[in-house]
Design a protein around this ligand. Sequence first.
Ligand code: DHB
Length: 391
Amino acid sequence: MRTTTSRITRRAMLAAAAALAAGGAWAQGDTVKIGVILPMTGPSASTGKQIDAAIKLWVAQNGNKAGGKKVEVIVKDDAGVADTTRRLAQELVVNEKVVALAGFGLTPLALATAPIATQSKTPMVIMAAATSSITEASPYVVRTSFTLPQATLGLADWAAKNKIRKVVSLVTDYGPGNDAEKYFAERFTLDGGTVIEKLRTPLRGADFAPVLQKVRDAQPDALFVFLPSGQGAAFMKQFAERGLDKSGIKLIATGDVTDDDQLADIGDVALGVVTSHHYSAAHNSLANKKFVEAFQAANKFRPNFMAVAGYDGMRLIYMGLANSKGAGGDALLAGMKGQVFESPRGPVLIDAQTREIVQDIYTRKVERVNGQLYNVEFDTQKAVKDPAKVK
Ligand code: DHB
């Protein structure tokens, strides 16, 4: 026999599902709302700060109309807690009747929300999270950030071509770290190299001292690192404090570690670090120069890869609304697929089949340019698809 509690829970769940299914009441009036959920506080607050600033810049430059409707952007802070993200998404869909959900600063926050996008047929734009599987969690997920497999393969190739034979990898122990570790090791092994040890640190409260000691003991040619945005400065500080910068072990990483948001804080220990990623504030194009200038005029900090994905995510929603003539749901989703445009990062395409961004990936080295540290791009892989979806 069922207990009363489970009957109530079941009834509440059915009511919630019905409310979500009715969420498609968007676009009845003259206004469409976009619900943005970001970590504005907590350990990933820099991601929220960057994306929020980029969204505001997009609206300041492009106005608050799209597809013949007035656009209202609602920003909510989830503090990086998945239960909060899911609750906020539910409220935005049911009460605010948002036409799109956007943001998602970390993989677990995106994965917690994907079922809500599916049930309510609400397009969900991933502006930060980068685990490959997120786009498979709902047919309504579209991504403007990147995937770790996408950002990692080129670096494995670069390492193998540059006399690096033995590598230790160090990643944060969750989705994007798993992807980075796996795809780096697979490619580097194909290239003839060996990953001699695979180390992990927790997402919250990482202490790098024990793993750095293991790296020193293993004496690899290079240490390959992925850490989420915001952890690079703490890691690099400990790397230098333990003398690893002078140990002959070369540091290579995804661009999340030499993040434009933190590069000035990291300081000279970053000089010469080779990374691969999809965006550098130093990217040499007219579109990027304009973006960086406008962003810095409006904010007291440099845009990083989170900002560019927030900016492009807004473009995707605006162009989608133009294509759907202001309608939401499947019409908006269809309007987002297959878009091709020039981003500040370079040329991009939203793959209509996978809903993933296809983009150039750059190999970069940290250098001093006009007195400031930048990730200076020196090699480009053109139009890289998420390798996890290329079978
Ligand atoms: C993720 C978060 C980050 O800050 C980053 O740089 C890469 C990936 C994530 O949680 O998916």
